[in-house]
Design a binder for this molecule. Sequence first.
Ligand code: ADP
Ligand code: MG
Length: 319
Amino acid sequence: MIKEFELIEWIRQQIPAVDHLRIAIGDDCAVQKPLSGQDLLTTSDLLIEGVHFLRHWTSLYDLGRKAVAVNISDIAAMGGKPLSLFLSLGRPIELGDSDLKELISGILFEIRRHGAVLAGGDMSRSPAGLILSVTVQGCISAGQAICRRGAAAGDSLYVSGSLGDSALALSLLKAGRQPEPFLAQRFHLPTPRVGLGQLLVENRLATAMLDVSDGLLGDLAHILDASEVGAELELADIPLSPAFRQELEQDTTLIELALAGGEDYELLFTSPRGDLMDQLPSEPRVTLIGQIITEPGVRIRQADGALFHCRRKGFDHFV
Ligand code: ADP
Ligand code: MG
């Protein structure tokens, strides 16, 4: 089995020098230069085998990529640019060297893809299951981070991409079925919407924003609570992929996966502008799904005008 320090050296050799780090992997701390005119963003995520993922559902390479992507999605959710990542790893005894290197290669690939760098971490043996803790730091023009508070009555509500694909893929996997490639990709390799987040900041288009990780309704509630407002949604306007629609035709209750499924990693944001779909690039698609109103709570309107009641609740780790 590879020694801890050999592994750190193997990682270190793959990491390019970058401007914002005076000292990278290999010392007691990473030393970063202060960012002039920028605020520093920091976010952390924990992934535990058996809780957040099952190892046999995916390759370790893709698992590594996803661990990074979901973290970077939080940087995107403020409108920031990812800079440095820190990786802490609990290695189960039975995970071989080549598997471990495959995991780390996926992690390094996804970090590079977003123009960031691995700046440090820690490692330990784990008695049961793989544990991954990823911390990402990023930057944003001082004072410009888009928070959950900030939505006002009259704002339009937008979401990027399509919703429910990942939750649908997960429910198929749990039922022992193999999701078709698009759905599988949405679950295994989510794309953090970093470019869109930055564009919204640069053009000062969004008043409140977050990334949808626990389901649209649950995450929307965070914006509404923080902003002390409510929302009205049009059910027919919730963006769905062709693959999702196909499954929905067989089972109409699946719509609840688009409303409260989880792991979409799309950006949900409010804007005083009602015409953003024409102002933003076509990829990722941005869809107007509703309006912010004064009255608290969420009303989901169906095509016939009746209100829709979603029974499924967003994801909560402790219930
Ligand atoms: P310490 O004893 O101070 O915790 P370590 O021996 O754990 O130091 O780590 C040595 C160097 O290797 C540090 O710069 C640390 O950030 C880096 N490092 C350790 N584990 C990882 C990892 N999984 N990914 C990236 N860097 C790591
Ligand atoms: Mg250590």
